[in-house]
Design a protein around this ligand. Sequence first.
Ligand code: UDX
Length: 442
Amino acid sequence: MTPLKLTVIGCGYLGAVHAACMAALGHDVVGIDIDHDKVRALSSGRSPFHEPGLDEILARGIASGDLRFTAEPTADDVRGRSLHFITVGTPQASDAGAADLSHLMCAVSMLAQLLDPQERAVVVGKSTVPVGTARRVEEELAGVGAYVAWNPEFLREGYAVDDTLRPSRLVYGLSDDPEAAERGREALDEAYRPLLEAGTPVIASDFATAELVKVAANSFLATKISFINAMAEICDATGADVTMLAQALGHDERIGRRALGAGIGFGGGCLPKDIRAFVARAEELGQGESVAFLKEVDAINLRGRSRAVAAAEAALGGSVKGANIAVLGASFKPDTDDVRDSPALDVASRLHERGARVRVTDPIALSNAAADKPYLTMVEDLDAALRDADLVFLATEWPQFVSLDPKEIAPLVRTRTVVDGRNVLDRDEWSAAGWTHVGIGR
Ligand code: UDX
């Protein structure tokens, strides 16, 4: 393998992992981010967020000299490097469902200013973008002779290092211009050589297909989750059990059991905003009808949160006002401290708004949760959160919550009522210990 000199622009959940993984593969990497605090942490080999395995490869990269970070990139950081990955965030715009491309366009203008046209570098976008963006970036960078490719990522938080080093597939979105397509493909092959040698499948396509693969994949996952949550609503109305239903459906290989976990639904920095941005882009293209079902997927997902709150109200005799409620979990899923669009925090806020005395506990996400929802009471200690609770609400399926012993914690609470917002507790075990177990769709 020929080690490449490359940059990774944007060092958030995607970029920090990508930069560290590229260094782990043997490349010489400069990570660029405008956030000085983030750059300081990364430069000292510490991840600014929780991601299993990241600290280790960061520290190794920094120690070997193959990895460094800067918040003030100069021409020296960028020139002499043949490949530049753009990994900035594309959050939901504050005033609409569409994606906010301002960070992406900032990264592109920085490259337009710093790249040496003689070097003809390759710029690879990894950010999730509305279809048509790669072509726009290519036009913006035409003046500096850059070749553009698009290479979406599919990493899951909590498994990001593994998903980057052992991806299920690599998608190369290549330019219509044959020379740019060839240079893009060569650069990506070089960057991912060890992954290719390990047999990772490559799908090389045009720009639009590559851009769509990512949003289509996330739309599919979101649809699958909302599908089972819609079935949970029917189960609730009929006395059926959605977990058994999912198990039975999952045996059909065409369906599969994964992403059929009914509960308070999906959140995080990707699924919710990606389906909304997809709808907005399709509408711009005059194709709103094709993905109109995603609005329903979104609505089912948000309804899951209100239904869970209603279940808590019903369990407390019609109102949560004045009740002590222990909310177990703040992050949008286990193994992350990410609270972006977290269903757990949304449920906690709704209970708080209805007058409950809510205490939220989480193994690692409490400081992010407190920054996001400063009006909620955060409690580090699980026992303290449970003490005198009138209701326990399991909102994020951290293993330490799933494995709670209902007998052991019973003396702590005032009333043995648990709302299992992720359908992960053993109902029989909890019932046998004297608890009223309220599931979602069962
Ligand atoms: C997702 C995609 O999985 C990943 O491929 C893409 O690159 C980025 O978006 P991530 O946001 O890390 O990754 O989360 P994921 O593990 O997919 O979970 C998303 C949400 O769905 C979580 O809130 C999770 O709790 C919820 N979920 C997941 C369910 O409600 N039920 C399930 O069965 C599975």
